[in-house]
Design a protein around this ligand. Structure first.
Ligand code: NAI
Length: 407
């Protein structure tokens, strides 16, 4: 019988994934989109015919367009989730909880839940769904990012694929039952030849490799001393970083690695050796795009794939103000840095530089996560840090779930 796939979401990535999966032989694709009237709009668009993925034609690339369509699109989980072998979350992390609650009654123990991307804390969230025992036992996969750079051109009809990653790191946290189809092979078959999936040795590897401090640090470096007056133009985000920001990035990265080493020292069987320092990571991942790899500062400033990317800004009359409500803070802090902080707290490590970003960022979005360097703030319950799920020990952390006390 075919591989049955349910794609959750209605944005750029969900469009791309739904069409791509539907082109594969022996695959049945359904879409669940809970947001507003997206399901209705998508179904209406499908009346015009098949969907299209438009591949970028620049630089001699000549991949032919793909045409296909999902078998069903719905906002009602009971219509599209039952019987799924794989449920793919292709939505921003703040929407994961809503989707998990919606699908929980309709999954079975053999269902594989995939975060594409998962973002830090995805496993803690999936494995600690109070009152939904089945989903807690599912196999969970989490990917470091979306496999493509893509944008919807016409909703429910056409999506532009601007770039495809060469490699994609993903983790697998096996559930109690063996999935009906092998998860890694099935995922690779859905994605096609690229990106090539690199399996992480432990799910925490993906958590650290999200480098959640990068966006907050670049924002902090640029706006920490801002006088509140609108500026004339939108400053470059990556290309515009200075020495201070590059040093801050290196220091935050060192704190990440210190926590990684502390975990491996306490539990030698946990292999997190693949977690790289941020500079090494840039050089490995953007090998062909970096013009001057001589330092972290230059590597970021001369990375061609960052060309022209500007700070998130709001227009005020003819000028610009930074928009601190962008996902670089609203997502990268509660679904990123706070999760790292929680892990650091469990292994008993101080992280002053990351704390600095947390303190600054939480103020910008009117939240309180840390107080005096501890995750004691009133808004911790909205984050995905392990503590939110009652995980306070290293064993619970490594397992992704609070274990019952030994008898
Ligand atoms: P998107 O911006 O297209 O997502 C929008 C979709 O999210 C909406 O269509 C809706 O289905 C859902 N949504 C929005 N607000 C919602 C709400 N309040 N409640 C429930 N659902 C809501 O996202 P995209 O581009 O598909 O990206 C998905 C993830 O992949 C994100 O985490 C993004 O950062 C990441 N990513 C995206 C890349 C891209 O090129 N599009 C590249 C690398 C990573």
């Amino acid at each position: 019988s075919p591989l049955r796939v349910c794609v959750c979401g209605g944005g750029n990535g969900a469009h791309m994934m739904a069409v791509l999966a539907a082109t594969r032989p022996d695959t049945e694709v359904k879409v669940l989109t809970l947001f507003q009237d997206e399901a209705e709009r998508w179904n209406k668009a499908l009346e015009k015919g098949e969907m299209t993925i438009n591949y970028s034609k620049e630089e001699g690339k000549n991949q032919p367009d793909d045409h296909a369509k999902p078998a069903a699109v719905s906002k009602v989980a009971s219509e599209v989730v039952p019987g799924s072998d794989i449920v793919l979350f292709v939505v921003p992390a703040f929407a994961h909880e809503e989707y998990l609650k919606a699908i929980a009654p309709y999954v079975n123990k053999k269902t594989v839940i995939v975060g594409l991307p998962g973002q830090p804390g995805f496993e803690f969230q999936c494995k600690n769904m109070n009152g939904h025992d089945t989903i807690e036992e599912c196999t969970i996969m989490s990917f470091e990012t979306l496999p493509w750079a893509c944008r919807i051109k016409e909703f429910g009809q056409t999506v532009d694929c601007l770039g495809i990653k060469k490699y994609l790191a993903g983790s697998i946290l096996r559930g109690k039952s063996v999935p009906r189809k092998p998860p890694l092979m099935s995922l690779q078959a859905l994605l096609g030849p690229a990106p090539e999936i690199k399996q992480a040795k432990h799910f925490l590897e993906i958590l650290f490799m999200s480098y959640s401090f990068v966006h907050p640090a670049i924002l902090y470096g640029k706006w920490k001393d801002w006088n509140g007056k609108p500026v004339n133009s939108e400053p470059l985000f990556y290309q515009g970083i200075d020495e201070f920001t590059a040093n801050l990035l290196a220091e935050c990265s060192k704190e990440f690695l210190d926590v990684v080493h502390a975990i491996m020292a306490q539990r030698p069987n946990v292999d997190l050796n693949a977690v790289q320092d941020i500079y090494e990571w840039y050089i490995t991942y953007y090998k062909d795009d970096i013009e001057d790899p001589s330092s972290l500062l230059q590597a970021i400033r001369t990375n061609k794939s960052y060309k022209g990317i500007v700070h998130p800004m709001k227009k005020v009359s003819n000028k610009f103000e930074p928009n601190f409500q962008s996902r670089y803070i609203t997502e990268d802090i509660p679904m990123g840095l706070v999760v790292f902080k929680g892990v650091a707290q469990i292994v008993g490590h101080e992280t002053p530089k990351n704390d600095l970003l947390l303190e600054w960022g939480q103020k910008k979005i009117g939240k309180v996560y840390i107080v005096n360097g501890k995750l004691d703030g009133k808004d911790v319950a909205e984050t995905r840090c392990p503590q939110r799920y009652g995980i306070e020990t290293l064993d619970d952390l490594l397992n992704g779930k609070k274990l019952p006390p030994p008898i």
